[in-house]
Design a protein around this ligand. Sequence first.
Ligand code: NAD
Length: 325
Amino acid sequence: IIKECLIKSWWLMVYFPSPASSRSMASKTPVGFIGLGNMGSPMAKNLLKHGYPVIATDVFPESCKELQDLGAQILDCPAEVADKADRIITMLPSSPNVIEVYNGPNGILKKVKKGTLLIDSSTIDPSVSKEMAVAAEKMGAVFMDAPVSGGVGAANLAKLTFMVGGVEEEFTAAKELLGSMGANVVYCGPVGTGQAAKICNNMLLAIGMIGTAETMNLGIRLGLDPKLLAKILNMSSGRCWSSDTYNPVPGVMEGVPSANNYQGGFGTTLMAKDLGLAQDSATNTKTPVLLGSLAHQIYRMMCARGYAGKDFSSVFQFLREEEGQ
Ligand code: NAD
Protein backbone atom coordinates (compact mmCIF):
# COMPACT_ATOMS: atom_id res chain seq x y z
CA ILE A 1 0.00 0.00 0.00
CA ILE A 2 2.82 2.40 0.95
CA LYS A 3 4.59 1.71 -2.34
CA GLU A 4 1.39 2.39 -4.25
CA CYS A 5 0.86 5.69 -2.39
CA LEU A 6 4.43 6.80 -3.12
CA ILE A 7 4.07 6.02 -6.82
CA LYS A 8 0.73 7.86 -6.90
CA SER A 9 2.13 11.01 -5.18
CA TRP A 10 5.20 10.97 -7.48
CA TRP A 11 2.86 10.76 -10.48
CA LEU A 12 0.76 13.67 -9.15
CA MET A 13 3.88 15.81 -8.54
CA VAL A 14 5.17 15.23 -12.07
CA TYR A 15 1.91 15.86 -13.88
CA PHE A 16 0.36 18.48 -11.57
CA PRO A 17 3.31 20.37 -10.05
CA SER A 18 2.49 22.81 -7.23
CA PRO A 19 2.68 26.51 -8.19
CA ALA A 20 5.90 26.89 -6.18
CA SER A 21 7.69 24.00 -7.90
CA SER A 22 6.63 25.01 -11.41
CA ARG A 23 7.84 28.57 -10.76
CA SER A 24 11.23 27.59 -9.39
CA MET A 25 11.82 25.26 -12.35
CA ALA A 26 11.33 28.25 -14.64
CA SER A 27 13.74 30.46 -12.71
CA LYS A 28 14.79 32.73 -15.59
CA THR A 29 11.28 33.28 -16.94
CA PRO A 30 10.15 36.94 -17.07
CA VAL A 31 9.61 38.80 -13.82
CA GLY A 32 7.00 41.56 -13.65
CA PHE A 33 7.96 44.80 -11.90
CA ILE A 34 5.49 47.58 -11.08
CA GLY A 35 6.65 50.95 -9.70
CA LEU A 36 9.95 52.20 -11.12
CA GLY A 37 10.70 55.04 -8.72
CA ASN A 38 13.76 55.79 -6.58
CA MET A 39 13.85 52.22 -5.28
CA GLY A 40 12.02 50.19 -7.93
CA SER A 41 14.23 51.30 -10.79
CA PRO A 42 17.57 50.12 -9.32
CA MET A 43 15.90 46.95 -8.01
CA ALA A 44 14.56 46.07 -11.46
CA LYS A 45 18.00 46.84 -12.95
CA ASN A 46 19.54 44.27 -10.62
CA LEU A 47 17.03 41.66 -11.79
CA LEU A 48 18.15 42.38 -15.37
CA LYS A 49 21.80 42.11 -14.30
CA HIS A 50 21.07 38.66 -12.87
CA GLY A 51 19.64 37.54 -16.20
CA TYR A 52 15.92 37.81 -15.44
CA PRO A 53 13.91 39.25 -18.34
CA VAL A 54 11.86 42.11 -16.82
CA ILE A 55 8.35 43.18 -17.83
CA ALA A 56 7.56 46.48 -16.15
CA THR A 57 5.12 49.35 -15.84
CA ASP A 58 4.77 52.67 -14.01
CA VAL A 59 2.07 55.35 -14.18
CA PHE A 60 4.82 57.86 -14.92
CA PRO A 61 6.20 56.90 -18.41
CA GLU A 62 9.38 58.93 -17.84
CA SER A 63 10.36 56.47 -15.05
CA CYS A 64 10.36 53.56 -17.53
CA LYS A 65 12.83 54.97 -20.10
CA GLU A 66 16.09 53.92 -18.45
CA LEU A 67 14.91 50.38 -17.82
CA GLN A 68 13.55 50.10 -21.36
CA ASP A 69 16.96 51.15 -22.73
CA LEU A 70 18.49 48.35 -20.66
CA GLY A 71 16.22 45.78 -22.32
CA ALA A 72 13.08 45.59 -20.16
CA GLN A 73 9.72 45.27 -21.86
CA ILE A 74 7.41 48.14 -20.83
CA LEU A 75 3.65 47.58 -20.77
CA ASP A 76 0.72 49.93 -20.19
CA CYS A 77 -0.76 48.69 -16.93
CA PRO A 78 -0.43 46.13 -14.10
CA ALA A 79 -3.10 43.84 -15.65
CA GLU A 80 -0.95 43.49 -18.80
CA VAL A 81 2.08 42.61 -16.68
CA ALA A 82 0.01 39.99 -14.82
CA ASP A 83 -1.02 38.49 -18.14
CA LYS A 84 2.63 37.87 -19.06
CA ALA A 85 4.52 37.11 -15.83
CA ASP A 86 4.03 34.51 -13.12
CA ARG A 87 6.21 36.35 -10.61
CA ILE A 88 5.51 40.04 -9.98
CA ILE A 89 7.19 42.52 -7.67
CA THR A 90 5.49 45.79 -6.70
CA MET A 91 7.37 48.81 -5.29
CA LEU A 92 4.83 51.59 -4.74
CA PRO A 93 4.59 54.60 -2.44
CA SER A 94 1.75 53.71 -0.06
CA SER A 95 -1.34 51.61 0.75
CA PRO A 96 -3.79 53.34 -1.69
CA ASN A 97 -1.32 52.83 -4.59
CA VAL A 98 -0.99 49.14 -3.73
CA ILE A 99 -4.79 48.73 -3.55
CA GLU A 100 -5.09 50.44 -6.96
CA VAL A 101 -2.34 48.33 -8.57
CA TYR A 102 -3.81 45.05 -7.28
CA ASN A 103 -7.56 45.72 -7.19
CA GLY A 104 -8.02 48.65 -9.61
CA PRO A 105 -9.79 48.41 -13.00
CA ASN A 106 -6.44 47.68 -14.70
CA GLY A 107 -4.99 45.94 -11.69
CA ILE A 108 -2.96 42.76 -11.35
CA LEU A 109 -5.89 40.72 -10.02
CA LYS A 110 -7.89 41.35 -13.21
CA LYS A 111 -5.50 39.11 -15.20
CA VAL A 112 -3.42 37.23 -12.63
CA LYS A 113 -2.61 33.65 -13.55
CA LYS A 114 -3.15 30.79 -11.10
CA GLY A 115 -0.03 30.09 -9.06
CA THR A 116 1.51 33.54 -9.65
CA LEU A 117 3.81 34.74 -6.89
CA LEU A 118 3.05 38.36 -5.96
CA ILE A 119 5.68 40.10 -3.84
CA ASP A 120 4.93 43.58 -2.54
CA SER A 121 8.04 45.44 -1.40
CA SER A 122 6.27 48.75 -0.69
CA THR A 123 6.00 49.87 2.93
CA ILE A 124 2.28 49.80 3.68
CA ASP A 125 -0.27 49.07 6.39
CA PRO A 126 0.05 45.38 7.42
CA SER A 127 -3.76 45.08 7.31
CA VAL A 128 -3.70 46.03 3.60
CA SER A 129 -1.07 43.32 2.97
CA LYS A 130 -3.42 40.82 4.63
CA GLU A 131 -6.36 42.03 2.47
CA MET A 132 -4.26 41.67 -0.69
CA ALA A 133 -3.23 38.15 0.36
CA VAL A 134 -6.88 37.13 0.75
CA ALA A 135 -7.82 38.70 -2.62
CA ALA A 136 -4.86 37.00 -4.33
CA GLU A 137 -5.72 33.63 -2.80
CA LYS A 138 -9.26 33.90 -4.22
CA MET A 139 -7.66 34.11 -7.67
CA GLY A 140 -5.36 31.16 -6.97
CA ALA A 141 -2.28 33.38 -6.58
CA VAL A 142 0.10 33.83 -3.63
CA PHE A 143 0.82 37.22 -2.04
CA MET A 144 3.81 37.98 0.19
CA ASP A 145 4.85 41.26 1.81
CA ALA A 146 8.57 41.96 1.54
CA PRO A 147 9.32 45.57 2.46
CA VAL A 148 12.95 46.67 2.37
CA SER A 149 15.45 48.48 4.47
CA GLY A 150 18.56 50.10 3.06
CA GLY A 151 17.65 53.07 0.87
CA VAL A 152 18.57 53.97 -2.71
CA GLY A 153 22.32 53.32 -2.23
CA ALA A 154 21.65 49.77 -1.04
CA ALA A 155 19.10 49.27 -3.83
CA ASN A 156 21.76 50.22 -6.40
CA LEU A 157 24.33 47.87 -4.87
CA ALA A 158 21.81 45.01 -4.40
CA LYS A 159 22.43 45.21 -0.66
CA LEU A 160 18.86 45.66 0.57
CA THR A 161 17.42 43.80 3.53
CA PHE A 162 14.04 42.19 2.74
CA MET A 163 11.63 41.43 5.59
CA VAL A 164 9.29 38.77 4.26
CA GLY A 165 5.82 37.82 5.48
CA GLY A 166 3.67 35.06 3.98
CA VAL A 167 3.23 31.34 3.60
CA GLU A 168 6.52 29.72 4.62
CA GLU A 169 6.48 27.14 1.80
CA GLU A 170 6.71 30.00 -0.72
CA PHE A 171 9.69 31.65 0.98
CA THR A 172 12.30 29.73 -1.06
CA ALA A 173 10.76 30.92 -4.32
CA ALA A 174 10.60 34.52 -3.03
CA LYS A 175 14.18 34.35 -1.73
CA GLU A 176 15.50 33.26 -5.11
CA LEU A 177 14.24 36.51 -6.67
CA LEU A 178 14.85 38.85 -3.75
CA GLY A 179 18.42 37.57 -3.38
CA SER A 180 19.25 39.28 -6.71
CA MET A 181 18.34 42.63 -5.17
CA GLY A 182 19.42 42.28 -1.57
CA ALA A 183 22.08 41.02 0.80
CA ASN A 184 19.64 39.79 3.47
CA VAL A 185 16.28 38.10 2.96
CA VAL A 186 14.66 37.38 6.33
CA TYR A 187 11.50 35.35 6.87
CA CYS A 188 9.37 37.09 9.54
CA GLY A 189 6.20 34.95 9.75
CA PRO A 190 2.67 35.10 8.31
CA VAL A 191 1.63 37.77 5.82
CA GLY A 192 1.89 41.29 7.32
CA THR A 193 4.82 40.50 9.62
CA GLY A 194 7.35 41.83 7.09
CA GLN A 195 5.51 45.18 7.28
CA ALA A 196 5.48 45.01 11.07
CA ALA A 197 9.28 44.64 11.15
CA LYS A 198 9.72 47.44 8.62
CA ILE A 199 7.44 49.86 10.49
CA CYS A 200 9.37 49.26 13.73
CA ASN A 201 12.68 49.83 11.95
CA ASN A 202 11.55 53.08 10.38
CA MET A 203 10.16 54.48 13.61
CA LEU A 204 13.60 53.96 15.15
CA LEU A 205 15.27 55.40 12.03
CA ALA A 206 13.19 58.60 12.24
CA ILE A 207 13.91 59.04 15.94
CA GLY A 208 17.62 58.41 15.28
CA MET A 209 17.72 60.88 12.39
CA ILE A 210 16.04 63.65 14.38
CA GLY A 211 18.38 62.95 17.30
CA THR A 212 21.43 63.07 15.03
CA ALA A 213 20.27 66.33 13.39
CA GLU A 214 19.61 67.96 16.80
CA THR A 215 22.95 66.79 18.15
CA MET A 216 24.94 67.96 15.13
CA ASN A 217 23.17 71.32 15.22
CA LEU A 218 23.92 71.80 18.93
CA GLY A 219 27.57 70.87 18.39
CA ILE A 220 27.90 73.35 15.52
CA ARG A 221 26.40 76.12 17.70
CA LEU A 222 28.88 75.22 20.40
CA GLY A 223 31.66 75.91 17.89
CA LEU A 224 32.55 72.35 16.85
CA ASP A 225 33.54 71.51 13.32
CA PRO A 226 30.70 69.24 12.01
CA LYS A 227 33.12 66.76 10.38
CA LEU A 228 35.09 66.43 13.61
CA LEU A 229 31.92 66.05 15.67
CA ALA A 230 30.64 63.33 13.31
CA LYS A 231 34.01 61.54 13.58
CA ILE A 232 33.83 61.62 17.38
CA LEU A 233 30.21 60.45 17.48
CA ASN A 234 31.07 57.61 15.12
CA MET A 235 33.80 56.34 17.46
CA SER A 236 31.58 56.82 20.54
CA SER A 237 28.33 55.57 22.01
CA GLY A 238 26.19 58.09 20.09
CA ARG A 239 27.02 56.40 16.77
CA CYS A 240 24.08 55.29 14.63
CA TRP A 241 23.22 54.78 10.93
CA SER A 242 22.17 58.43 10.62
CA SER A 243 25.50 59.61 12.00
CA ASP A 244 27.91 57.25 10.23
CA THR A 245 26.21 56.30 6.95
CA TYR A 246 23.68 59.01 6.16
CA ASN A 247 24.81 62.10 8.02
CA PRO A 248 22.24 64.92 7.66
CA VAL A 249 24.74 67.81 7.75
CA PRO A 250 25.91 69.11 4.35
CA GLY A 251 29.67 68.75 3.89
CA VAL A 252 30.17 65.92 6.39
CA MET A 253 29.82 63.02 3.94
CA GLU A 254 29.83 62.56 0.18
CA GLY A 255 27.31 60.57 -1.83
CA VAL A 256 24.40 61.14 0.58
CA PRO A 257 21.35 63.39 0.06
CA SER A 258 22.70 66.06 2.46
CA ALA A 259 25.60 66.51 -0.01
CA ASN A 260 23.12 67.13 -2.82
CA ASN A 261 20.61 69.64 -1.38
CA TYR A 262 18.63 66.69 0.04
CA GLN A 263 17.65 65.44 -3.43
CA GLY A 264 16.91 61.72 -4.03
CA GLY A 265 17.05 59.26 -1.14
CA PHE A 266 14.04 58.62 1.09
CA GLY A 267 11.39 61.32 0.84
CA THR A 268 10.08 63.19 3.90
CA THR A 269 6.51 62.34 2.78
CA LEU A 270 7.38 58.63 2.80
CA MET A 271 8.86 58.89 6.29
CA ALA A 272 5.76 60.76 7.52
CA LYS A 273 3.68 57.95 5.98
CA ASP A 274 5.70 55.22 7.74
CA LEU A 275 5.43 57.04 11.07
CA GLY A 276 1.66 57.24 10.52
CA LEU A 277 1.63 53.46 10.05
CA ALA A 278 3.61 53.09 13.29
CA GLN A 279 1.08 55.33 15.06
CA ASP A 280 -1.87 53.28 13.79
CA SER A 281 -0.17 50.05 14.83
CA ALA A 282 0.64 51.51 18.26
CA THR A 283 -2.98 52.61 18.73
CA ASN A 284 -4.28 49.19 17.68
CA THR A 285 -1.96 47.39 20.10
CA LYS A 286 -2.21 50.01 22.90
CA THR A 287 1.58 50.47 22.80
CA PRO A 288 3.15 53.67 24.16
CA VAL A 289 5.37 55.23 21.45
CA LEU A 290 6.15 58.67 22.84
CA LEU A 291 9.17 59.52 20.71
CA GLY A 292 7.58 57.84 17.68
CA SER A 293 4.56 60.17 18.03
CA LEU A 294 6.77 63.23 18.29
CA ALA A 295 8.80 62.14 15.26
CA HIS A 296 5.52 61.70 13.34
CA GLN A 297 4.44 65.27 14.19
CA ILE A 298 7.86 66.68 13.20
CA TYR A 299 7.83 64.95 9.80
CA ARG A 300 4.22 65.98 9.16
CA MET A 301 5.08 69.58 10.00
CA MET A 302 8.04 69.38 7.61
CA CYS A 303 5.73 68.20 4.81
CA ALA A 304 3.47 71.20 5.43
CA ARG A 305 6.48 73.56 5.37
CA GLY A 306 7.84 72.64 1.94
CA TYR A 307 10.10 69.69 2.77
CA ALA A 308 7.78 66.99 1.35
CA GLY A 309 9.92 66.34 -1.74
CA LYS A 310 13.27 66.40 0.08
CA ASP A 311 15.10 63.50 1.66
CA PHE A 312 14.11 62.86 5.29
CA SER A 313 17.59 63.90 6.51
CA SER A 314 16.53 67.49 5.65
CA VAL A 315 15.20 67.58 9.22
CA PHE A 316 18.62 69.15 9.92
CA GLN A 317 17.82 72.04 7.56
CA PHE A 318 14.33 72.30 9.09
CA LEU A 319 15.82 72.67 12.59
CA ARG A 320 18.22 75.36 11.36
CA GLU A 321 15.34 77.31 9.82
CA GLU A 322 13.29 76.97 12.98
CA GLU A 323 16.18 78.56 14.87
CA GLY A 324 16.28 81.62 12.63
CA GLN A 325 12.67 82.59 13.44
P1 NAD B 1 8.86 56.62 -5.42
O1 NAD B 1 7.73 57.55 -5.20
O2 NAD B 1 10.18 57.15 -5.87
O3 NAD B 1 8.42 55.48 -6.49
C1 NAD B 1 7.17 54.91 -6.55
C2 NAD B 1 6.84 54.66 -8.01
O4 NAD B 1 5.55 54.04 -8.08
C3 NAD B 1 6.75 55.95 -8.84
O5 NAD B 1 7.59 55.83 -9.98
C4 NAD B 1 5.28 56.05 -9.22
O6 NAD B 1 5.06 56.65 -10.48
C5 NAD B 1 4.87 54.58 -9.21
N1 NAD B 1 3.43 54.40 -9.05
C6 NAD B 1 2.58 54.98 -8.18
N2 NAD B 1 1.32 54.56 -8.37
C7 NAD B 1 1.38 53.67 -9.40
C8 NAD B 1 0.40 52.89 -10.08
N3 NAD B 1 -0.89 52.97 -9.74
N4 NAD B 1 0.79 52.11 -11.11
C9 NAD B 1 2.11 52.04 -11.47
N5 NAD B 1 3.08 52.76 -10.86
C10 NAD B 1 2.72 53.56 -9.84
O7 NAD B 1 9.01 55.79 -4.07
P2 NAD B 1 10.29 54.98 -3.59
O8 NAD B 1 11.23 55.88 -2.88
O9 NAD B 1 10.77 54.13 -4.72
O10 NAD B 1 9.62 54.05 -2.44
C11 NAD B 1 8.79 52.96 -2.77
C12 NAD B 1 8.41 52.24 -1.47
O11 NAD B 1 9.60 51.78 -0.82
C13 NAD B 1 7.68 53.13 -0.47
O12 NAD B 1 6.67 52.39 0.17
C14 NAD B 1 8.77 53.51 0.52
O13 NAD B 1 8.24 53.79 1.81
C15 NAD B 1 9.65 52.28 0.49
N6 NAD B 1 11.07 52.52 0.81
C16 NAD B 1 11.75 53.56 0.26
C17 NAD B 1 13.09 53.75 0.58
C18 NAD B 1 13.88 54.91 -0.01
O14 NAD B 1 15.00 55.15 0.47
N7 NAD B 1 13.37 55.62 -1.02
C19 NAD B 1 13.73 52.89 1.47
C20 NAD B 1 13.02 51.81 1.98
C21 NAD B 1 11.68 51.63 1.65
